[in-house]
Design a protein around this ligand. Structure first.
Ligand code: S3P
Length: 174
């Protein structure tokens, strides 16, 4: 059985609902919630689009790795990570340590409908490629990283936030 003491990490592609589900899971379980993208913005003193445009993706990834080391020292918390966090293998091994990793999955159409109106995701916004192609190309690069890291996966397409939360609680015995 999966231990309730472990940290719970929510991973998955942009637009799969990691932050929304993380907050709701935190409300339902009373565990603290941390969103690494918000923490990165706090540390940098600027938004993620500005970090990307002013300092570049490399600089964002360095900040992200620092935040990963920071939050992976905390016990029992729920953490939602940015969709690209596993690109750095040392992040992936930090996250694997004493953590139950929940992968949220959605279809390409759902990802597009959830992300297209926001302008907060430089990897999808600052591209000349049609969005669908872009999402598919990134997914191909990342699918294996997500699958290798996960302990359990939830397909969120036809589920409400409450249903996703209930499913995680049930499957982790929280
Ligand atoms: C990224 C995902 C974003 C954010 C940044 C890069 C990625 O987080 O960390 O824009 O590489 O997939 P969300 O998955 O929360 O959108």
């Amino acid at each position: 059985m999966m231990s309730a003491k472990k940290r719970i990490a929510l991973i998955g592609f942009m637009g799969t609902g990691k932050t929304t589900v993380g907050k709701a899971l935190s409300d339902a379980t009373g565990r603290d919630f941390i969103d690494t993208d918000s923490l990165i913005e706090k540390r940098a003193g600027k938004s993620i689009p500005r970090i990307f445009s002013e300092d570049g993706e490399k600089s964002f990834r360095e900040l992200e790795s620092k935040v990963v080391r920071e939050v992976c020292g905390l016990e029992s918390v729920i953490i939602s990570f940015g969709g690209g966090v596993l690109l750095d293998p040392s992040n992936a091994s930090e996250i694997a340590e004493n953590t139950t990793v929940v992968l949220l999955r959605s279809s390409v159409d759902t990802v597009i409908s959830r992300t297209s109106s926001h302008n907060t995701r430089p990897l999808l916004d600052a591209t000349t490629q049609p969005l669908e192609e872009r999402v598919k190309a990134l997914l191909v690069d990342r699918e294996m990283l997500y699958t290798d890291a996960m302990d359990l996966a939830v397909d969120t397409d036809s589920m409400s936030v409450g249903e996703v939360v209930a499913e995680i609680i049930r499957r982790l015995n929280l």
